[in-house]
Design a binder for this molecule. Sequence first.
Ligand SMILES: [Zn+2]
Length: 296
Amino acid sequence: MKNTRLRYIAILSCLLYFSISTNSQELKQSLNPPQYNLASPTELQEELCSIPFDNHEREAFMAKLFIQAGAKPEDVQKQPIDISEQPFHNIYVVKPGKTKNIIVVGGHLDHVSVGQGIIDDWTGACAVTNIYQAIKDIPTNHTIVFIGFASEEKGLLGSRAYVRSLSEETKANHKVMVNLECLGAGESLVWVNGSDKELVDKLNDTAKKANLPLSEHTLNGVGADSNSFRAVKIPAITIDGLPQDKFSFIHSNEDKCENVNQKFYYNSYRLAVNYLLDLDQINNSAINTDEQPKKP
Ligand SMILES: [Zn+2]
């Protein structure tokens, strides 16, 4: 009888302890929700200006930045995009979400031989690793793929290889692609005739809510990695920071660190972080692909 009572008391205390410790954990979580870990403007600028010139070395540098942002080395994936002896690779990290629905955020790693390829498009690829840093500990509904595409300048080869590698089922789970291209020469812009309208509307909402500058512009005769996704009916959008009067910077000796405005670049970075978190909240059935863009 005594033994039974003791055992009963012991079980009761265990249950009580378990329930208190669980409650205190929950309480701690609600008092300290996961924080955005935004990079500072100085950090961004340093990472932007220390990029190597060689396109293969850039892949290793992007992997390094993902690890610096908090990824485990084994979580950084390399996807070869051709079968040559020294293939180029897409470099990416996947942040698992609560559902199978996928958002891709990307920029391109490579650059042409003229200029340093900082604006076009290390600004995009470098922002991708820092967006990962900002939201990696925030629970998301969507699984998010953070990716640097190889060989965009040779005809969107990296993004084409990525979409080609998807099974029909995985492709259907891809709900949105956000492409970051040529940021920081001016304030944020959206390539309105190369992006799906619902995504442009949503981006305008985000910018208004976050009090960040955003304008729309129309560009003809250009290509971007978002095209590869739209070509297979995955809704996509390109955010850039290249106003008409700065076009001459691209593919020229003016594509250098000094021509990236730190404030504009930081605003685009924050816009992209806010946008991804807003996209994560939307009901995917609300997004439809509108008409396809012209091939680059
Ligand atoms: Zn580019």
